[in-house]
Design a binder for this molecule. Structure first.
Ligand code: C2E
Ligand code: MG
Ligand code: MG
Ligand code: MG
Length: 286
């Protein structure tokens, strides 16, 4: 019996693996043509000043509008794009599109402090990455100060020495640097200083612990806010979903928040509308 069961488990595992490999291959195949077919779009999620309730910036989030599958979220294809190298042309498209959009908004009088773009490990380690950022800024005419590059803590920690070099190249251009998912990658305070980072973005997992006695009940959030204040770095709390979380963040003087509580990521036209009308009063907790 045990032997039989073992074989069934193995068979199940094998089928599962084959299905996943097939799905990966299908996604990779379609991804190759997705840029040419214009199937990518960006959604924008507001970053909110917690003191004033004003929208200060937007994070550009990539979506793939597949003709048969519909809207495909980054979790399903970004890794595959990284493994195949396709993330390089896709990432360039994201950067150019986001900069162009920010510039367009600016020209219609909708000025944002910043537009944020997520950078994958593969792009970050490219020899000419800083150059291509510089080129895109020149082409689109966006002020480098208005571009935030979001890089996860774990990417930076993979090779600290080269990270410091790359971050300094980017700093020279004048763009702003954000550590994404901060608190999940174990960087030491010493590195934070050397990285010349502008903003720490607290990972949603820590924000979600606020108000839960069983978790750390916001102590990590408070610690990061305090550290940001001492190191003169901006702090953004990510994944704000509940009023209680917002209230806690405000008491702790967290500067900025982002999350479903304010708005889900939305298309450019909707975002422009939101910039005009502002967030609803419900969100402006005083
Ligand atoms: P991220 O950069 O940490 O982005 C935040 C993710 O959290 C987004 O998911 C966003 O929609 C989601 N989110 C925002 N507010 C809330 C909230 O209140 N609750 C919850 N549960 N989630 C919230 P999304 O758009 O699915 O993106 C997932 C990840 O995919 C991103 O994580 C980023 O690592 C990656 N990604 C997205 N766009 C790009 C891109 O253009 N290039 C690269 N390389 N990666 C991207
Ligand atoms: Mg991000
Ligand atoms: Mg994040
Ligand atoms: Mg993430």
């Amino acid at each position: 019996h045990a032997k039989e069961k073992g074989r069934n488990n193995y068979q199940f595992f094998k089928d599962e693996m084959n299905t996943r490999t097939a799905e990966r291959l299908a996604i990779e195949g379609y991804l190759r043509d997705a840029l040419e077919r214009n199937e990518f779009i960006l959604h924008y999620q507001p970053k909110v000043n917690l003191e004033t309730g004003m929208i200060t910036g937007a994070e550009a989030l990539l979506r793939w509008l597949h003709p048969e599958w519909g809207l495909v979220m980054p979790e399903r294809f970004v890794q595959i794009a990284e493994d195949s190298g396709l993330i390089i042309p896709i990432g360039r498209w994201v950067l150019r599109e986001a900069c162009m959009q920010a510039k367009r908004w600016e020209e219609t009088g909708l000025r944002l402090d910043s537009i944020a773009v997520n950078i994958s490990a593969v792009e970050f380690r490219l020899k000419d990455f800083a150059n291509s950022v510089y080129t895109i800024l020149n082409e689109t005419g966006l002020n480098p100060q208005r571009l935030q590059l979001e890089i996860t803590e774990s990417i930076l920690m993979r090779d600290v020495e080269s990270s410091i070099t790359i971050l300094h190249q980017l700093k020279t251009i004048g763009v702003k640097l954000v550590i994404d998912d901060f608190g999940t990658g174990c960087s030491s305070v010493n590195y934070l200083h050397q990285f010349s980072i502008d903003t720490l973005k607290i990972a949603p997992a820590f924000v979600q612990e606020i108000g839960h006695d069983n978790g750390n009940n916001g102590v990590i959030v408070s610690a990061v806010i305090a550290m940001g204040a001492s190191l003169k770095q901006h702090v953004t709390a990510e994944g704000v979903e509940k009023w209680e979380q917002l209230a806690f963040l405000k008491v702790q003087h967290c500067e900025e928040g982002q999350g479903y509580f304010f708005s889900r990521p939305i298309v450019a036209e909707q975002f422009a509308q939101l910039l005009v009308t502002g967030l609803s009063d419900r969100n402006r907790v005083s």
